[in-house]
Write a protein that binds this ligand. Structure first.
Ligand SMILES: [Zn+2]
Length: 472
């Protein structure tokens, strides 16, 4: 019954005239992927999770007017404008567009590093990510160009917030780190990339407190923000310096590494955390310091799971997105996972989950990101895997959705525009077949993704990049 209703929708959409191609020539690159582009749309009879953490509501109607959400409420009470395109979403769930806070437009980490100029933006959008902050750019010029192409409608993709090059004490490496060892240097680098359009800056684990502090001051003076995958600077120290977001949570929190010396990254970081007693006063103190410093934390549980030999599974739906050569490398890496240098054992992964629960319970602001990696962890897929893991961690499904949406928007300072389903906000919405509240795996059944009120067909986006990750 439900299926046939949606088929009617699909048929109806297929019969719509191609969207105002003449009026919107700059959007020509997205037309093949668009399934809904009418100025008034009514999504009716849908289960709604609004992104605020409030309980899901059954049988709701959402009215979209051009790029905005106009009305939200029970189907019985919301008036549907006479000329609206009505989509009956009985049997579907509606979420706000996801806000990813650790995204990448390159693929790498196992053997090769390649740009995903086409596949990253399409995959993110296909799986409901409508806003994406890249946490570290390997090629910031390429990424800024990608952002401009998405913004003008040349290709489909999320609204990107580009983070500039990776910054660290030493330069080089496969992700093209820029070395910054003095406050003057880091101010120069920030000024240069701010002029190019970067709005965030991401530090890696060797930075000193002095340089990180100078960077935060410089970025904030320009209205920009700073994040880090830290080590030499602890979470407590970074929070006191005013950092905006700490990536990865417990596993990179060097507060807990025995013998940690100021401004030095200890060998045991990302391993010693396995021995941390979460009930200890040290953990409570660190969490309090992070919350007091108003530093957000970005959960990336899914990517760390791909380093757990007992839990990592290659997702066949992700594998078919890979180019044949990349796929061989990913599969070979997977077979040898336990022999690789960096392994995350299940007890540590479970501690990471528990620490995130504790952080939120203490009033901390937790967002999430995918951190695509050469272990076969891809844009979009990864953002959705995080939903399953946050639910496994013990968050209510609505709280997990909030972490993936409104919390992310708050961390970006974009929560007035996006992140929840409310009148006046941008019409960024994810239509999911089924009920991910009762069956978390349903979260992958993304059918249509609205960004700025335009509906994109998820399957068409995915089909367009099948076999291309690693090449395009
Ligand atoms: Zn990353």
């Amino acid at each position: 019954m439900t299926r046939s209703r949606y088929s009617c929708f699909a048929l109806l959409v297929a019969l719509l005239p191609p969207l105002q191609a003449q009026q919107r020539p700059s959007q020509s690159g997205v037309i093949p992927f668009v399934s809904v582009d009418t100025s008034l749309v009514a999504l009716t009879h849908v289960q709604l999770v609004d992104g605020t953490g409030a309980p899901a509501r059954a049988d709701q109607t959402v009215i979209l007017n051009r790029d905005r959400i106009q009305a939200v409420g029970p189907t019985a009470t919301v008036a549907v404008p006479a000329n609206a395109l009505v989509l009956d979403l009985t049997g579907y769930t509606l979420l706000p567009g996801l806000v990813g806070l650790h995204e990448h437009t390159y693929f790498g980490g196992v053997r090769r590093f390649t740009e995903m100029r086409l596949s990253a933006p399409l995959l993110y959008l296909a799986f409901g990510v409508t806003t994406a902050m890249t946490a570290g750019s390997r090629s910031p010029e390429v990424e800024l160009d990608l952002k401009r192409r998405v913004d003008r409608g040349a290709i489909p993709g999320p609204r990107f917030h580009v983070s500039g090059p990776y910054l660290d004490a030493a330069a080089g490496g496969p992700v093209n780190r820029v070395g910054v060892t003095t406050p003057q240097e880091v101010r120069r680098v920030i000024a240069r990339w701010a002029e190019q359009g970067a709005t965030w800056f991401k530090f890696l684990g060797g930075v000193s407190r002095e340089v990180l502090g100078a960077a935060i001051k410089e970025a904030h003076a320009r209205g920009l923000r700073v994040t880090g995958h830290l080590c030499s600077v602890t979470f407590t120290e970074a929070a006191a310096l005013g950092i905006d977001a700490l990536q990865h949570g417990l596993i990179t929190n060097s507060d807990y590494v025995p013998g940690k010396r100021p401004d030095e990254c200890p060998e045991a970081n990302m391993k010693a955390q396995a021995d941390v007693d979460l009930a200890s006063p040290a953990v409570q103190a660190s969490i309090r310091a992070i919350v007091a410093g108003k530093a957000a934390v970005v959960s990336t549980l899914g990517v760390y799971e791909t380093f757990d030999p007992d839990r990592a599974r290659l997702d066949p739906r992700a594998l078919e997105m890979l180019a044949p050569e990349t796929r061989k490398e990913v599969e070979a890496n997977h077979v040898n996972l336990a022999q690789r240098g960096f392994v995350v054992a299940t007890p540590l992964l479970k501690k990471m989950m528990q620490w995130e629960r504790m952080f939120v319970a203490a009033g901390g602001l937790l967002g999430a990101g995918s951190d695509p990696w050469g272990t076969g962890y891809l844009p979009g897929f990864g953002n959705l895997r995080n939903y399953e893991l946050l639910v496994e961690a013990g968050f209510a499904p609505e709280a997990a959705v909030q972490i993936l949406t409104l919390n992310g928007a708050r961390i970006l300072g974009e929560d007035k525009r996006v992140g929840s389903i409310a009148p006046g906000k941008l019409a960024d919405l994810v239509v999911i077949k089924g009920d991910p509240l009762r069956a978390p795996r349903d979260i992958y059944n993304v059918v249509t993704v609205f960004k700025n009120g335009i509906g994109y067909n998820s399957m068409r986006l995915r089909n367009a990049v099948k076999g291309k990750v690693g090449i395009e």
